[in-house]
Design a protein around this ligand. Structure first.
Ligand code: HEC
Length: 141
């Protein structure tokens, strides 16, 4: 036996370091994959956040017709209260979005989460707060 070292020390360090490196390689690969996946998701989410084109036009029609059946075609109110910017001014956006998604239990206001995504509900509320576009415009800016 050449040099007396504590049994297994050098061998074990070498083994540990190479296994650590292998572990790091694997971790790096996983991180890169996760990052790639997140980047893809981010792009998808950004796209989902703002309804576009035909979907905007659909949402505008839906609000004017379906919501309009209670809130009035011009959103000035009917069975439901007015949804014009003046009427909604100062109300917290989050709770308005929640109202659109979940409705108001105990009132005729139904929830719309089966028909619109949270992002679309947020888009509708934003538009209501700033003046809802006419149907022909197809969603505005
Ligand atoms: C069946 C009738 C009905 C329909 C359809 C309807 N609502 Fe309502 N909505 C109501 C009523 C009634 C209220 C008032 C609830 C209350 O008393 O708090 C209300 C409340 C709201 C509020 C809260 C207003 C405020 O001042 O706090 C928003 C926002 C709203 N509705 C949006 C919508 C949107 C958007 C749609 C269509 C996607 C819709 N509603 C469809 C009846 C309706």
């Amino acid at each position: 036996m050449p040099v007396k070292v504590a049994p297994g020390t050098r061998f074990q360090n070498a083994w540990q370091s190479s296994s650590w490196e292998r572990e790091m390689d694997r971790t790096l690969v996983v991180h890169v994959l996760v990052l790639l996946a997140l980047t893809g998701l981010g792009v998808a989410t950004a796209r989902a956040a703002e309804p576009e084109g035909e979907r905007r036009a659909e949402l505008v029609r839906m609000v004017r017709q379906d919501c309009g059946s209670c809130h009035g075609m011009t959103l000035k109110g009917g069975l439901g209260p007015a949804l014009l910017p003046e009427a909604l001014a100062g109300k917290p956006t989050d709770s308005l979005v929640a109202t659109v998604m979940d409705g108001r239990p105990g009132t005729p206001m139904p929830g719309w989460s089966r028909f619109v995504s949270e992002a679309e509900a947020a888009w509708i509320v934003e538009r209501l707060l700033s003046g809802f576009p006419a149907v022909q415009v197809g969603g505005g800016s």
